[in-house]
Ligand binder design. Structure first.
Ligand code: GTP
Length: 444
């Protein structure tokens, strides 16, 4: 008998696995030019790669013993990062499993089913790698166990939150039985309003999902060999959790909803990284204030003036006369000269910002240089604060009339901005040396 054959829950301890879906190089296109330099899951938000926030959420769950990161990025793009962070989380095994092609949100889970089942987990968590938030994972596991204890056979518990009527159609929309919380209807990105309860892309899943995916797999295989499925850049082995499993299974009554109004957002565009940065910094304030700059400020401290929530990497040198914040993250080995003002921005590693420059709603890429007395500013694309449950709009880069939509400013890596220029609502591709001011432009 192998470990996988043991009955669930067998052994001294209940084990849960966690699976984080990070996609691959063809995903994250709306995150360009930042995803040109680093795979989107490794993009730092609040000082830590996006995926590490998800790992930290999983590590908080005592029963999680292994985290499997599934994607189709080349292994050497992801495994060095895993090697670096492993010592930080000694209680959990963390591995990257590379799909040979895009298998979609359930195809990879099926492909690596033996790895997920090994050790007899009682269930496993699935997290979409492009969401950020304060996920009630332990509560979801308890919710699913309580359903089992009451004689139900839950297959999947979906974390859900509320959206506005207008925005809900951009997400997976869930209709539920309000008493039992069983899903009664599910539509992925409907054309008209279905429900304001939306899928957060975070699930607790029973191992009973595997025989179901296996049937879908067999059917798709048969259809492919009968010539009824065309592989238009996608393999017949790609299976989508929402389209192929959740939508057809709602009739069975064993999919459930767990509601949360805690912080949650998708990270699709660079603008949404600024918003996620703010939300994660606020989470540090509540849970790990030591991570924030200025929290341990004592007499004789030479840290700059800090407003609100700010993360500064310990190796960064920020002149004490600077005013930083709110909602700013400053990366490794950044140097910031006297009198600089930064708010609502992310400054990535090894960048130099010279004296008296102003930066607002901007992401400054790695190894960039900004001269003295310059101004680099973007336009916020925050959720409407006057609408309850409003989410961030992931506006496309271009408006229908072909003009650039106002957005945050992004400087790709190795960009040089000279002294005394203004860069407004612009996207500057990597390695560009600006020689003048720009506004509302993509600088190639
Ligand atoms: P878009 O609005 O088109 O981005 O759709 P979506 O929000 O429904 O996202 P999608 O279902 O494409 O992806 C959800 C998550 O799964 C993201 O974090 C993706 O990176 C990840 N993902 C998507 N396709 C794959 C895949 O083939 N393999 C793996 N491992 N992850 C994937």
């Amino acid at each position: 008998m192998t470990a996988t054959d043991l009955p669930p829950g067998c052994g001294d301890q209940e084990i849960t696995k966690a699976v984080i879906l990070i996609g691959g190089p063809q995903k994250g296109t709306r995150f360009r030019p930042l995803s040109l330099d680093v795979p989107k899951p490794l993009f730092p938000v609040a000082g830590v790669p996006l995926i590490q926030h998800l790992i930290e959420a999983c590590v908080q769950v005592p029963s999680v013993k292994e985290i499997l990161i599934l994607g189709y990025f080349a292994s050497d793009e992801i495994t060095p990062f895993i090697g670096e962070i492993r010592p930080l989380y000694p209680t959990v095994r963390i591995r990257y499993l590379q799909e040979y092609t895009r298998l979609d949100t359930a195809g990879g889970i099926y492909h690596f089913r033996d790895q997920i089942k090994a050790g007899n987990p009682s269930s496993f968590i699935i997290i979409n790698g492009d969401v950020g938030g304060d996920f009630p994972l332990q509560e979801m596991l308890e919710f699913q166990s309580n359903l089992k204890a009451s004689g139900k056979t839950p297959l999947l518990t979906i974390l859900a939150t509320e959206a506005t009527r207008q925005q809900s159609v951009n997400y997976g929309c869930i209709v539920e039985n309000k008493e039992t919380h069983a899903v009664t209807h599910y539509v992925e990105k409907p054309e008209t309003f279905v429900s304001a309860t939306i899928n957060c892309g975070v699930y607790v899943c029973s191992l009973d999902i595997f025989p179901i995916i296996s049937k879908i797999y067999a059917t798709r295989q048969q259809l492919f060999y009968e010539g009824k499925i065309e592989e238009n850049g996608e393999t017949w082995e790609s299976i989508a959790l929402e389209r192929d499993i959740i939508m057809p299974l709602t009739a069975e009554g064993n999919l459930y909803v767990y509601h949360s109004n805690r912080m949650w957002s998708q990270v699709k565009t660079a603008g949404s990284a600024i918003y996620a940065n703010r939300q994660y910094l606020a989470m540090y304030r509540r849970r790990q204030p030591d991570r924030l700059a200025g929290c341990n400020k004592g007499k004789g401290d030479t840290t700059p003036r800090i407003l609100g929530d700010v993360y500064i990497h310990p190796s960064a040198q920020v002149h004490p006369s600077c005013l930083i914040g709110p909602n700013v993250s400053i990366g490794k080995n950044v140097t910031i000269g006297p009198g600089v003002r930064i708010r609502e921005s992310i400054v990535l590693g090894d960048t130099v910002i010279q004296d008296h420059t102003l930066i607002r709603y901007t992401i400054v890429g790695w190894n960039s240089y900004i001269g003295k007395w310059s101004r680099v500013e973007g336009t916020p694309c925050d959720p409407n604060p006057n609408k309850p449950f409003a989410k961030m709009e992931n506006v496309p880069l271009f408006h229908e009339d072909g003009k650039l939509n106002p957005s945050i400013t992004i400087l790709g890596c190795h960009v040089r901005v000279p002294s005394e220029v203004v860069v407004l609502n612009s996207i500057v591709l990597p390695y560009k040396e600006l020689s003048r001011s720009f506004s509302n432009e993509i600088i190639l």
